[in-house]
Design a protein around this ligand. Structure first.
Ligand code: FUB
Length: 326
């Protein structure tokens, strides 16, 4: 290769790196994070975490709105995995709104859970008939490929009547209790709960309103030492608040604010999981770069600590993020 052709080759190669990083499908792209936000090559929002075997998986919506526009342009969800919280792999795009034949778009908040070796992904989408709806996709692996498990929405706007808005059926969180009963919790403005059948793709009983003070959206349910925790986005712009109960069906006791406003993002959307002996608070802010904000969000991770009485210490959002697990 002559010096000149080497020069042109290098130019082409280095010029293509950003293209590859922003390409639709970064299957197998592995990188070390250097603090918050942890993913910087794409905007990522509404994180949901799943701990399975040796790894943490983070599922996120992909904020694709170009600056300076400001609207939710979200057509697909992404999945990342790590075994040490420092080295992350982005896998092939596992799910798009177009995988739900009945959906029109809007890859809003979601959560994945495992049952009997299958992975169920509950997602928010806009229904072709109008109104936000919840769908469920299924896969044999945490990284997919996922496919629509029902061929129809699990929750549609006409199934909930507590508010008149068309976007109240968003932001599903899912939980399987120690007795095997699965629950779906979701909602904007009004929080709802419904039992799921063992097949995980059908409701099992009525939709019950869950009353939480200053509730906006983004419920996340987890259990710690026999206490149920229901965290959620409160007011707008959003802080994350939480409530606890000894019974998953309530009543819920409001326990205060867990996370403050997340900088320049109106939304804050959290997930809470234990991984390898530590608890993590996973959320988004608008801090990836100068174009970051409410419609170009980025996933962050900080530690979560409990007090002896079961309450949770206020989250300290940091630039450094969490330490690698040795
Ligand atoms: O990403 C779209 C919506 O913004 C989510 O569904 C809400 O939780 C908020 O983060």
């Amino acid at each position: 290769m002559t010096k000149l052709s080497f020069f042109y080759f290098s130019l082409l190669f280095t010029g293509l790196i950003p293209f590859f990083l922003h390409a639709q499908n970064n299957s197998g792209y592995t990188f070390k994070t250097s603090g918050n936000p942890i993913f910087r090559h794409k905007y990522t929002a509404d994180p949901a975490a799943l701990v399975y075997k040796d790894k943490m998986y983070i599922y996120a919506g992909h904020d694709e709105c170009p600056a300076p526009d400001n609207y939710y342009r979200m057509n697909e969800w992404l999945v990342f995995s790590s075994s040490d919280m420092e080295t992350w792999t982005e896998h092939a795009v596992p799910l798009r709104t177009s995988d739900f034949e009945w959906a029109k778009g809007d890859a809003w908040a979601s959560q994945v859970i495992e049952r009997n070796g299958k992975f169920y992904w509950y997602v928010t989408v806009e229904h072709k008939k109008g109104g936000k709806s919840i769908g469920v996709a299924v896969a044999d692996s945490p990284i997919g490929p996922f496919k629509d498990a029902r061929g129809s929405a699990l929750i549609t706007n006409d199934m909930t009547q507590e508010t008149k808005i068309s976007w109240d059926d968003i932001d599903p969180t899912v939980f399987i209790d120690t007795d095997g009963q699965a629950y779906l919790i979701w909602g904007n403005t009004q929080c709802y709960m419904m039992k799921l059948k063992e097949n995980m793709i059908e409701g099992d009983g009525p939709i019950i309103p869950v009353n939480l003070p200053r509730y906006t959206e983004a419920p996340w349910i987890h259990k710690h030492k026999n206490l149920y925790y229901l965290s959620y986005a409160s007011e707008f712009p959003e802080k994350i608040a939480y409530a606890t109960s000894k019974n998953i069906e309530g009543p819920w006791e409001y326990r205060g604010i867990l996370n403050e406003l997340s900088g320049n993002s109106n939304t804050n959307h959290q997930a809470i999981v234990e991984f390898k002996g530590k608890w993590y608070f996973i959320y988004h802010n608008g801090g990836a770069d100068v174009n970051g904000g409410s419609f170009r969000r980025s996933v962050c991770i900080d530690y979560l600590y409990y007090n002896r009485d079961g309450s949770i210490k206020r989250i300290q959002m940091t630039s450094e993020g969490v330490k690698p697990i040795k």
